[in-house]
Design a protein around this ligand. Structure first.
Ligand SMILES: [Zn+2]
Ligand SMILES: [Zn+2]
Length: 413
């Protein structure tokens, strides 16, 4: 009977194996269901937590401003005269926002204003001061639908009218009626309704407010770069190692250009390298800078694109001298009123050189600028080289005037 036993064993084996197979399938289905259930639960849990955080934020922010009658703010009184004073906390009118400033960044324009005591278009003293900021909404005026207390936002320094010839032809940076806003060096700032409607952006949770505050200067840099007919692999010379020159060179390097940074000070050499410059020319002589820059290009023919980011006539002329035939020059740095330059017309004409001079930014570019910061590709942290309290503002500007190696200082009220 060995055959029968063997058969029996075989049969029972296959029964056992089928049972195991079924068992496995059942267990795996159960695991799969379990996983889906856990996933759902996590998702719901997260949504509940996020909405609780948001409600919490809104409540806290509203509470912070509630009952506050005054705040500390920097008031510009004239040349090199900033005073920290107690002034009324602004109230949101129709369409406006009140933002609690998380960080306000120092800027070359503010430094100019500090030195001169005024800015013809932007600020007439005594006045609130500072324009690069990000913070948290504490009050939303009647009619504001896109923002609520608790929202982290970056509010740009200006907004175009949308009505004039230039706004209607896609050149909002040239708007006849650009509305500027100042008052970032303060605990709270009022955001006018036009800026709320056109140039206030929500900051993603993972982006620190002091990084988001770079949106405005970065928008200027992105605009200037895009206006210079760039292409991957182009050799781009950036003249000037100030905050905007460094930003411009970083943007160009991220776009795949070969960047030659032309800077003056030791601190700027390191910064330029860290931000992606392929070559750094450090010189205080313009003739030498032109020669050394040309020597870095094939057969000394000159760079494809030269961007001037200093704002002095000598550097404008220098930019024209270092570009190749068929190249593009961008006069990005604004010189003092009444400045004139001397250019070689023959060289410009027979070398077919394109001359551009980019000013300011548009709402679309501001959005792209914040996206670039949020992407993590842009090294926002490298541009903020110091932190200071509002009370230290005078000292910070004095330091910036003495050409320290600081790029930007975040003022935290
Ligand atoms: Zn600025
Ligand atoms: Zn306009």
């Amino acid at each position: 009977m060995p055959g029968t036993v063997k058969d029996a064993i075989k049969r029972s084996r296959s029964t056992v194996e089928t049972a195991i197979e079924h068992g496995r399938a059942t267990v795996e289905t159960a695991i799969e269901h379990g996983r889906a259930a856990v996933g759902d639960a996590l998702h719901h849990g997260r949504a509940t937590v996020e909405s609780a955080i948001h409600h919490g934020r809104a409540t806290v922010e509203t509470a912070i401003v509630h009952g506050r009658a005054t705040m500390q703010a920097a008031i510009l009184h004239g040349r090199e005269d900033i005073r920290i004073e107690s002034v009324p906390v602004p109230k949101a009118e129709v369409g406006e926002l009140i933002v609690r400033v998380g960080a306000a960044l120092t800027c070359g324009t503010d430094l100019k204003v500090f030195r001169r005591g005024y800015h013809a278009r932007m600020i007439v003293p005594p006045a609130l001061f500072g324009h690069e900021l990000a913070g948290t909404v504490v009050e939303a005026g009647q009619g504001v639908e896109d923002f609520a207390p608790g929202d982290r936002v970056v509010a740009l320094n200006s907004a175009p009218c949308g009505q004039c010839y230039f706004c209607q032809h896609g050149q909002e940076n040239l708007c006849d009626d650009l509305l500027f806003n100042n008052g970032a060096y303060a605990e709270f700032i009022r955001i006018p309704s036009r800026i709320v409607a056109k140039n206030t952006l929500k900051v993603p949770d993972h982006v620190p407010l002091e990084h988001a505050a770079l949106t405005e200067p970065l928008a200027c840099a992105v605009h200037g770069f895009e206006d210079s007919k760039p292409y991957p692999g182009a050799i781009v010379a950036i003249i000037g190692g100030g905050p905007l020159g460094l930003m411009m060179l970083h943007v160009a390097a991220l776009a795949g250009c070969e960047v030659i940074a032309i800077v003056k000070h030791d601190g700027q050499v390191e910064a330029a390298k860290q931000l992606g410059a392929a070559h750094v020319v450090q010189t205080s002589s313009i003739r030498k800078a032109i020669r050394e820059t040309r020597a870095l290009t094939p057969k000394d023919r000159g760079v494809d694109i030269a961007i001037e980011a200093v704002g002095v006539p000598e550097a404008w002329e220098e930019a024209v001298e270092m570009v190749r035939k068929g190249g593009t020059v961008n006069f990005f740095g604004g010189c003092a009123v009444g400045t004139h330059v001397t250019l070689d017309t023959n060289r410009i004409h027979y070398s077919d050189i394109t001359l551009r001079a980019t000013f300011h930014h548009t709402p679309a570019i501001c959005r792209r600028s914040l996206e670039l910061i949020a992407s993590g590709r842009f090294q926002a942290g490298a541009f903020i080289t110091g932190h200071a309290h509002l009370y230290e503002l005078n000292r910070v500007f004095e330091k910036l005037m003495n050409r320290s190696s600081e790029i930007k200082t975040a003022i935290v009220p």
